[in-house]
Ligand binder design. Structure first.
Ligand code: NAD
Ligand code: UDP
Length: 342
């Protein structure tokens, strides 16, 4: 309390002092998980908008390569830190993205996944409360579990197995949402919660086991394409640039807009069709092989984005083929192979 009072008392003086000869509108923005797939793209866009960016990451699934091109920018700073531990920094906005996102990664150490979601959220909310920052939470379509309502609207409360292997992530993210809304009610904190649907693009981790990266890497290497189940399960894939545009619009909304808001591309396709499209775009000779469907794998998923359209005037622009070609080019370069086989 005393700390908070002291901080607030001197906050404006500090800011004036720090920025006396500079662009006074430059915001100090922190991105947790900033060295990950989405975080690195977000840091780039925040720099392009003229902000000072602090990237906080423990490099569990993130990579220094993802942010290497920003390191020489004087407005970009990185900090190796695990958000399960308290953090004392002075920032105006916080984007909380730190959390492994692929099923393979978040199930690797499920207890740590829950800790990152919960303790990490508490630490970021506490920090936001102390410095009076706006705080954004990267929530997920997984809060809907294996949905019985289709497409999913924000008022659907979900169908999650609390005991299954996906629960560390699903329940962690659900409880993080609860924490965000309790901090809002109890402390009047400016919060922004988005529920992200499957997103893909350059800088996905090649071994993260997610469907787009798996299929592309398998096809580029001429390996079998592994479809789990019969491939009739659906997903809707959003290109990363579209998603990040939605993040920025959400953060820029007035205090009355808290979310949750679905962000994703509503073009839904079966996983089998994704496999066929990837093989055809690469001209690969890979065979499609079928493997058991993992437990609690949602049968269908597609966002209803009416709310995002209305509140944010946001809609995805990049079609699947364009986005896949950019992602294929990225992985081809990473693996040192041609993007097109024939
Ligand atoms: P990612 O694994 O590439 O990035 C997560 C980042 O968080 C990594 O850099 C990782 O090292 C870091 N991290 C993990 N635990 C941490 C901790 N305790 N302290 C500090 N850093 C930590 O995944 P992503 O796809 O970029 O996802 C980013 C966020 O978006 C996640 O919160 C995820 O739940 C959410 N999300 C992503 C998708 C998607 O399709 N990409 C969908 C839904 C939700
Ligand atoms: N999947 C697949 N083959 C793979 C990887 C994933 O068929 O090599 C399936 C997976 O079972 C799921 C869908 O693709 O039905 C999307 O999986 P992903 O891990 O990308 O994300 P999810 O939407 O399940 O969180």
């Amino acid at each position: 309390m005393v700390m908070a009072y002291r901080y607030r008392k001197y906050h404006h003086i500090l800011r004036l002092g720090l920025h006396s000869n500079m662009n006074v509108t430059r915001k100090r923005v922190m991105v947790t998980g900033g060295a990950g797939f989405l975080g690195s793209h977000l840091c780039e866009q925040l720099l392009a908008q003229g902000n000072d960016v602090l990237c906080v990451d423990n490099y569990f699934t993130g990579r220094r390569d993802n942010i290497a091109h920003m390191l020489s920018n004087p407005h970009f700073e990185t900090m190796r830190h695990d958000i399960c531990f308290p953090l004392y920094v002075e920032v105006d906005e916080i984007y909380n993205l730190a959390c492994p996102a692929s099923p393979v990664h978040y199930q690797h150490d499920p207890v740590q996944t829950t800790k990152t979601s919960l303790i990490g959220a508490i630490n970021m909310l506490g920090l936001a409360k102390r410095v009076g920052a706006k705080v954004f939470q990267a929530s997920t379509s997984e809060v809907y579990g294996d949905p019985t309502v289709h497409p999913q609207t924000e008022d659907y409360r979900g169908n999650v197995n609390t005991l299954g292997p996906r629960a560390c992530y699903d329940e962690g993210k659900r409880c993080a949402e609860t924490l965000f809304f309790d901090y809002r009610r109890q402390h009047n904190l400016p919060i922004k919660v988005v529920r992200i649907f499957n997103t893909y693009g350059p800088r996905m981790h090649p071994d993260d086991g997610r469907v787009v990266s798996n299929f592309i890497v398998q096809a580029l290497r001429g390996e079998d394409i592994t479809i789990y189940g019969d491939g009739s399960q659906t997903r809707a894939f959003c290109f990363v640039d579209d998603l990040i545009a939605g993040f920025l619009r959400m953060m820029a909304t007035g205090a009355d807009v808290t979310g949750p808001v679905n962000l994703g591309n509503p073009h839904e396709i079966p996983v089998r069709e994704l496999a066929e499209r990837v093989v055809s775009l690469i001209g690969a000779e890979s065979k499609i092989v079928y493997r058991p469907l993992p437990q609690d794998d949602p049968l269908q998923r597609c966002p209803d984005i009416s709310l995002a359209k209305r509140l944010l005037d946001w809609t995805p622009k990049v079609d699947l083929e364009t986005g896949l070609l950019q992602t294929i080019a990225y992985f081809a370069q990473l693996l040192g192979v041609p993007a097109r086989k024939a």
